[in-house]
Design a protein. Structure first.
Length: 497
């Protein structure tokens, strides 16, 4: 058995062991959804960072540095800008709400079936899109390392993620995230340190080598981001999209109180910033060392396994097969942890909001609600696996940006307005959510990332890859117009209740 296979098996056994242990401490619905609100601040911060630091932030970012240089840094800065906003705008107010999901927060203010349904639709759309990103990374990783067909590789990951959610709930997901985040930081430190050692420990020498290889263009936006409209739209989507990710928002309810939620976000912000700093060295190291090395390229000149495998090739160059196996195993653990959190968020939207809150009007039996949650995890996993086959050739960092755009256009406006605008009505929530989802999805499908890259058309119907600059104002405008036209703009449940 190879090093990679041994490490993969060890990580799978570790995470399954954590899941079994967590199951013994999961006795109620509150335990299943929020770990009973008993997670310490430092653990929740690590889990928050782990929820965000996905396959796109690791594998996709290194591949984007190799292919497009500066663009990857733009993605990192854009998403990092969202963390202070998350701390200031949502961490405290959402924790005070005491709800598990976006739809739960909205339905506390508005006792309206349409409000709950639009909240569920927004959450499930964002969750499904983000799941597809993770499964593409997982499929390509296992396909490259073990020679498995793509569908078999994705099926393996999907089976494991459904097991984590069905067996252990939030506590299992938290423990898996903490383990994964710790391993990811160790791996990033080793890769960054090994890269700098090749250049005498000097980042300046690394950047000089990059400039000799690619010129000053490596430190400037590529053609994809040369348009200021595109750049602004990307930045809006990345920074505000973080505030609409359901699996991140659920973390506010796993700690004891509002102060603990804020401190968790503050610590997680520093952890994410530190990882992105290491990623600059790793990404430009891949450009300088892997880019010109023919052993990592096929006869057609393309990187073996695609751009998402740049970090693995860098690890092999620096430390041989063992280092490559370690990076691959940690990347696999990263994907497993993130998809577990995403699946739990999606399953919660179905079981807690759709089944218990809407169909059963809050009178669902806990045992049946848990059963529905497990079935929902299965359905989400299958849907994400099927969709991942369509988008398997796209860079996962790019796909992450598109998922953030949907979150910024759908969930973010509804949460901000529901928490801060007294004039918002149930009709405004429904109109705003529907406009955000429909416009962001339509513009993404008609844009270059899907209409050209995935569907093969010569020209896009919509010229920009990132739609947030257009879809976000539309969502706000629709919410305002719906509230103005509402016959009764007074919420039936006050937010203060």
């Amino acid at each position: 058995m190879s090093h990679a296979q041994l490490l993969f098996l060890a990580l799978i056994l570790l995470t399954l062991g954590l899941t079994v242990a967590a199951r013994r401490r999961t006795a109620s619905l509150d335990d299943f959804y929020t770990a009973g609100g008993r997670v310490p601040v430092w653990q929740n911060a690590l889990a928050l960072a782990g929820d965000y630091l996905s396959a796109a932030a690791f594998l996709g970012a290194a591949g984007m540095y190799l292919g497009q240089g500066y663009d990857s840094l733009a993605y990192a800065v854009g998403t990092l800008a969202g963390w202070p906003l998350l701390l200031l705008l949502l961490a405290g107010p959402l924790r005070r709400q005491g709800r598990y999901t976006v739809a739960g927060v909205l339905s506390r203010r508005f006792d309206h079936a349409g409000v709950r349904l639009i909240g569920i639709a927004c959450s499930l759309t964002v969750t499904l899109c983000y799941l597809v990103v993770q499964l593409v990374g997982a499929g390509k990783l296992i396909e490259l390392l073990f020679g498995l067909p793509y569908l078999a590789a994705v099926g393996l990951v999907g089976t494991l993620m459904m097991a984590y959610v069905a067996l252990g709930g939030m506590l299992a997901t938290t423990w898996v995230q903490i383990s994964k985040a710790s391993l990811l930081f160790v791996c990033a430190l080793l890769l960054a340190g090994g890269t700098l050692a090749r250049f005498g420990g000097s980042p300046a020498s690394l950047f000089d080598a990059v400039e000799r290889l690619r010129g000053a263009a490596a430190f400037l936006p590529s053609q994809a981001l040369s348009d200021p409209v595109e750049m602004l739209s990307l930045g809006l989507g990345l920074s505000l999209g973080l505030l609409g990710l359901p699996h991140v928002l659920m973390r506010f309810f796993t700690v004891a109180d509002e102060d603990a939620a804020r401190r968790s976000v503050g610590l997680a912000t520093w952890l994410v910033a530190a990882f992105f700093a290491l990623n600059i060295v790793i990404g430009y190291g891949a450009l300088a060392l892997v880019g010109p090395d023919p052993q990592f390229h096929g006869a057609d000149g393309k990187l073996l396994g695609g751009g998402n495998m740049a970090a693995l090739h860098l690890a092999e160059l620096l430390g041989g097969d063992l280092a490559r196996a370690l990076v691959a195993a940690v990347a696999f653990a990263t994907i497993l942890a993130v998809v577990a959190g995403l699946t739990l968020a999606g399953a919660s939207a179905v079981s807690h909001d759709l089944y218990a809150g809407w169909l059963k009007r809050g009178r669902a039996e806990p045992r049946r609600e848990l059963a529905v949650s497990r079935l929902a995890a299965l359905g989400l996993g299958l849907a994400a696996m099927l969709l991942s086959t369509v988008f398997q050739q796209l860079n996962i960092a790019l796909m992450m940006g598109l998922a953030f755009a949907i979150a910024a256009s759908a969930n973010f406006p509804l949460l901000v307005l529901a928490l801060n605008w007294r004039g918002l009505s149930a009709r405004g929530v429904i109109w705003g959510g529907a406009a955000g989802i429909a416009s962001s999805l339509a513009l993404i499908v008609c844009g270059p990332a899907v209409w050209v890259a995935a569907l093969g058309h010569a020209k896009p119907l919509f010229p920009y890859a990132n739609p947030t600059l257009f879809s976000l104002p539309l969502a706000f405008a629709a919410a305002w117009l719906g509230s103005r036209r509402s016959l009764d703009s007074t919420p039936s449940r006050k937010q203060s209740q």
